[in-house]
Design a protein around this ligand. Structure first.
Ligand code: NAD
Length: 526
């Protein structure tokens, strides 16, 4: 881990120099970054104050016009280089992610390196198409013969604020389309996991990203709050509680905010499901990343006839999982650490609350004793909606499974949540599965699958209800970093004066009124 520490030391100097404009005393207090799997301190970063953020914003605004002038081609070139840089440095980036999250190498590699590798190429290729001028046709008679264009322009300076569970995918990932659109970006990563963002910024500089176009504002909540005061748009990923504060701050400045928030994703298993596949998906997508994924499977509803068999299969699979320090690399353990200290209390609280109200623990249920922060992969049954484990985001390696009478009860319970991020339905009848998916109040629903929608960058990913506002990915995932401008061009050979202009004359006005009736008055009222 020496290389990470060296790198971070250097970043501290750069951030302090840049922020304060002098090489002297640090601009603010420092934040120690801990490896949750060992308790070891793996880095120290500055906790930047509002003044430092203001200076960063000024630098970002100076740098932005030059970056915009690179055009799509120039910007895409930098992103494509960054894609190669990431693959060449995959080991180093993976180690950095693992060192600050305690997740397994597999979780870091598949869901972070894999995501970012795809995203660099995707936005470099699709960004120009999504942001190209659109030539619009209109049925409006007054614009016949005129040229109608919808164009997208970078907003200028984008603030990205991220959570700790995916430092590359969810913090840095959102910077990629914002940059491709021609903006400068200031990223405020979680204070728990800032090292990956610092390393990625270094990588982008190596790939030719001009100074000041991407800056990392390390710090706590106050640094994030200060950032909102300077940017033209804020992209936030984190809890619903903080997201509400971010939305309020953005509203006060009348800037757009895109919010990707918490979830309590349900899985529905119908009696005709392929139970082996459903059980594998339940075990994997509840425990992957130690359950610390916004779109983890957090609760399962199983139709009565297959409930016992499904529970037996899932319990057996979860019981077999190894939990612990992932430091040995690929294949060491399946379930890594709990990254954020208070999260462990929430997990314990949800399990204890369930047990107190009558739930049974079929496997797991306890914090793992010894060094590091780990929780045993846990399966709970005899659960219901009086329990926190079924209604509040647990964000840990726990899976409560509930028996339901039929699909209607499953849908009703799945929708009985303030959240609406993702969902999944398992049935051998794909049509019926899809019909049920369409009844779920969720931003995404997978049939005989889970989470896969997140990897499809062509599809929007965003939450319904308290899970968010707006979305990432797809055309909207880059257009949101732009202002749109409607352009109407009237050809040179237009009339000197339009019919409706002054002076008003009774005959012309009656003729125009008649024309309106002809145009819009031919329908029926029945
Ligand atoms: P959090 O809300 O505690 O913190 C998120 C970020 O906001 C951090 O960088 C934090 O420093 C910053 N922050 C705190 N107070 C702020 C303020 N007043 N103004 C501006 N910024 C502020 O969330 P977390 O614990 O880091 O992340 C876990 C949560 O994120 C879970 O609820 C999870 O579901 C959610 N999440 C959602 C998605 C998604 O795509 N919907 C993805 C990943 C995580």
């Amino acid at each position: 881990m020496a290389s990470v520490e060296e790198h971070v030391e250097q970043e501290i100097l750069q951030a302090d120099n840049g922020a304060a404009g002098t090489a002297e005393a640090p601009a603010a207090d420092a934040i120690q970054v801990e490896n949750p799997a060992t308790g070891e301190i793996v880095g120290t970063v500055p906790d930047l104050d509002a003044e430092a953020v203001a200076q960063m914003a000024a630098r970002a605004r100076d740098a932005q016009p030059q970056w915009q002038a690179y055009g799509f081609e120039g910007r895409a070139r930098v992103l494509v280089r960054a894609q190669k840089w990431l693959m060449d440095n995959a080991q180093r980036v993976t180690e950095t992610i693992v060192s600050e999250t305690g997740k397994t190498y597999e979780d870091a590699n598949l869901a972070e390196i894999g995501y970012a590798g795809n995203a660099f190429g995707f936005w470099a290729k699709e960004g120009p198409r999504y942001l190209a001028d659109e030539h619009v046709k209109s049925s409006q008679i007054l614009v016949k013969g005129k040229r109608l264009v919808l164009r997208y322009q970078p907003l200028g300076l984008i603030g990205v604020i991220g959570p700790w569970n995916y430092p590359l995918t969810n913090s840095f990932g959102d910077c990629i389309p914002a940059l491709m659109a021609g903006n400068s970006v200031i990223l405020k990563p979680s204070e728990v996991t800032p090292l990956t963002s610092l390393l990625m910024a270094e990588g982008l500089r190596e790939c030719g990203l001009p100074e000041g176009v991407l800056q990392i504002a390390t710090g706590r909540g106050a640094t994030g709050a200060a950032l909102i005061e300077h940017v033209d748009m804020i992209m936030f990923t984190g809890s619903t509680r903080t997201g509400t504060k971010v939305a309020e701050a953005a509203a006060r400045r009348l800037i757009p905010a895109s919010l990707e928030l918490g979830g309590k994703d349900p899985m529905i298993v119908l009696a005709d499901a392929d139970l082996e596949r459903a059980a594998n998906f339940a075990a994997y997508f509840s425990m992957q990343n130690a359950g610390q994924t916004c779109i983890s499977i957090e609760r399962v509803y199983v139709e009565e006839p297959v409930y016992d068999e499904f529970v037996a299969k899932v319990s057996e699979k979860v019981r077999a999982l190894r939990v612990g320090n992932p430091d040995g690399g690929f294949g060491t353990v399946e379930v890594g650490a709990i990254t954020f200290p208070p999260q462990l209390d929430t997990i314990k609280d949800h399990v204890d609350d369930a047990v107190q109200k009558g739930a049974r623990v079929l496997t797991g249920g306890q914090q793992v004793p010894g060094a590091g922060r780990f929780f045993e992969p846990t399966v709970l049954v005899d659960v219901d909606h009086s329990m926190k484990c079924m209604t509040e985001e647990t964000f840990g390696p726990t899976l409560p499974i509930m028996k339901v009478a039929d699909a209607d009860e499953a849908v009703r319970l799945a929708n009985d949540s303030p959240y609406g991020l993702g969902a999944s339905v398992f049935s051998r009848d794909a049509e019926r599965g899809e019909a049920i998916a369409r009844r779920l109040e969720a931003g995404a629903a997978n049939v005989n699958d889970a989470m896969i929608n997140y990897t499809v960058l062509e599809l929007p990913m965003g939450g319904a209800k308290a899970s968010g506002l707006g979305s990432r990915h797809g055309a909207g995932g880059i257009r949101k970093y732009c202002s749109q401008q409607a352009i109407v061009v009237t050809a040179k050979l237009a009339m000197k004066k339009e019919l409706f202009m002054y002076p008003y004359k009774s005959r012309t006005s009656r003729m125009l009124a008649g024309a309106l009736k002809l145009l819009y008055g031919r329908g029926k009222r029945d």
